[in-house]
Design a protein around this ligand. Structure first.
Ligand SMILES: Nc1ncnc2c1ncn2[C@@H]1O[C@H](COP(=O)(O)OP(=O)(O)O)[C@@H](O)[C@H]1O
Ligand SMILES: [Mg+2]
Length: 481
């Protein structure tokens, strides 16, 4: 029953009546509690948080836990324990911990003991203090900056949690446990490592001496239930008319780039865009870590591979995209374009794989195009910039810009067409923009999506070919005033 995050959550609500700091409390928790019975009378237990950050709260608690943990390590061989099946291991730990508590004469209530046991089991058998965070579905990212600072991103906002690791060694141990699952190693000799949790969450570890104050661990949590375009409309990320335009773009085989900053919702949006692809089309996806969840029946999913411990066996994004072209794809979807594969994606877009898509990291549609150009330049394709620009114009039809605004909300801020070149400059035109008009009393950004008054986008004929031109005109019209 331990070491599995899904179950850890079920155990969470019961323990930790001592948690006194509510979730939002960003300051370090005051040193108190973890003393006997008194804790049960603390009213703060009724914290409405969906899952408690459990017992990771007070200094006293940490001390008690460390004492017990050290005694436990002296008593048993943890590595052997980890080989047992989780239930017997937990039983074993329970027996020994209870014994330690009574030998040391520590006074604890039953519920405190339970919380402590859970914590210790998490440490030994799972991901330690990260378990309660991993169990929460509302968290997008977990960011660990050394042993005593753990931040999470919830609802677009970053907040400090009371979660802490015993010390940097425990943090390193957990990093090690995570990356060893994908056959990798992280230590002074190879301090940078990407990995994945069994549930698909993406993990990056950068360890000392490169990260100065203890290992930095970043986890982009995998969401089982991906947001749909309806969700985005409900959240106000896009207006219903904007969603209609996106649907037409996705459906009609229009080559699309999704641009945005880190965590702005690019992958989510790409996933939504793929839902508009016709069932009959053969789609090939290339990703660094498979995140997309296409619903169509005819999909081939490809994933890059980092080099192994000996430094060989790497398969890059470029290798994948090039190989795709030999697989008779109708559309190629590239999870994240960040290097020379930009060239191959453009080639694909240019050579009959209409409706190919990719995301890239940029803060505006124009910047996206210049990023694309520099990726190709830096990829060593000795091409004059005019040629590259012509290639971009010939390939990319639409750039969709995603952004995380200052209030934490995520919005689609531009749907922009690439229409041609004038001299050396690429000409774009915005079809749809998000217009920020102000801010309400709670600091929430107020604005609205509107079309820019262009009645006939450059992809009009294409939409017409697919019989979608009337809907397109209606959507643009409705959003104009
Ligand atoms: N429009 C949105 N509204 C609310 N949350 C969103 C929205 N788009 C994405 N998210 C959430 O934000 C997090 C980051 O999204 P993701 O698409 O992975 O970003 P990116 O690929 O740009 O790094 C995910 O947890 C996702 O569920
Ligand atoms: Mg992404």
């Amino acid at each position: 029953m331990f070491g599995k995050r899904s179950e850890a959550v079920a155990v969470q609500p019961a323990p930790a009546p001592k948690s006194s700091a509510p979730q939002k409390d960003k300051a370090a928790p005051p040193p108190k509690v973890a003393k006997p019975k008194s804790s049960t009378t603390q009213p703060a237990v009724a914290s409405p948080a969906p899952v408690q950050q459990s017992s990771n709260q007070s200094e006293e608690y940490f001390k008690t836990k460390t004492t017990i943990f050290n005694a436990l390590i002296d008593t048993i061989d943890l590595s052997q324990l980890a080989q047992l099946d989780p239930e017997s291991a937990a039983e074993e730990i329970r027996d020994i911990v209870n014994e330690i508590i009574s030998i040391k004469g520590l006074q604890m209530s039953i519920s405190e003991q339970e919380a402590l046991l859970q914590d210790i089991c998490n440490d030994v058998l799972g991901y330690g203090p990260l378990e309660p965070l991993l169990a929460r579905d509302d968290i997008a990212d977990i960011m660990v900056n050394g042993s005593s600072r753990v931040f999470i991103e919830v609802g677009g906002k970053i907040e400090l949690t009371p979660v802490r690791f015993r010390d940097n060694a425990q943090l390193m141990n957990i990093c090690q446990r995570i990356v060893s699952q994908v056959g990798r190693r992280v230590d002074e000799a190879s301090p940078i490592c990407d990995a994945r949790l069994p549930d698909g969450s993406r993990v990056n570890v950068i360890a000392p001496p490169l990260s100065i104050d203890g290992a930095a661990l970043t986890i982009r949590k995998f969401k089982k239930d991906k947001l749909t375009i309806q969700n985005l409309v409900e959240f106000g990320s896009i207006s219903p008319e904007g969603a209609k335009v996106l649907e037409i773009v996705g459906h009609c085989g229009i080559n699309t780039l999704i641009s945005g900053g880190t965590g702005s919702g690019k992958t989510t949006l790409l996933n939504c865009m793929t839902s508009f692809i016709d069932e009959g089309e053969r789609v090939i996806t290339c990703e660094d870590a498979a995140e997309l969840q296409l619903q169509q029946p005819h999909v081939v999913r490809l994933e890059t591979r980092p080099p192994n411990l000996e430094g060989t066996g790497e398969v890059t994004m470029r290798d994948l995209v090039k190989n795709c072209l030999r697989m008779r794809p109708e559309r190629i979807i590239v999870g994240e374009v960040r290097g020379p594969e930009a060239f191959d994606l453009l080639q694909a877009m240019n050579t009959g794989h209409d409706g190919s898509m990719g995301t890239l990291h940029a803060n505006s549609p124009r910047e996206a195009l210049s990023r694309l150009e520099s990726m190709i330049t830096m990829g060593g394709f000795n091409l004059p910039s005019k040629t590259i620009r012509d290639m971009i114009v010939g390939s990319v039809d639409v750039v969709i810009q995603a952004a995380r605004l200052r209030d934490g909300s995520r919005r689609i801020t531009h749907v922009t067409e690439v229409i041609g070149t004038e001299g050396d400059t690429i000409i774009t035109q915005d079809l749809f923009v998000y217009d920020i008009t102000g801010e309400d009393d709670d600091g929430k950004v107020i604005g609205r999506h509107k079309s820019t008054g262009i009645a006939r986008p450059a992809f009009w004929d294409r939409a017409k070919y697919y019989g979608k031109h009337v809907e397109l005109a209606e959507a643009l019209d409705a959003a104009a005033e």
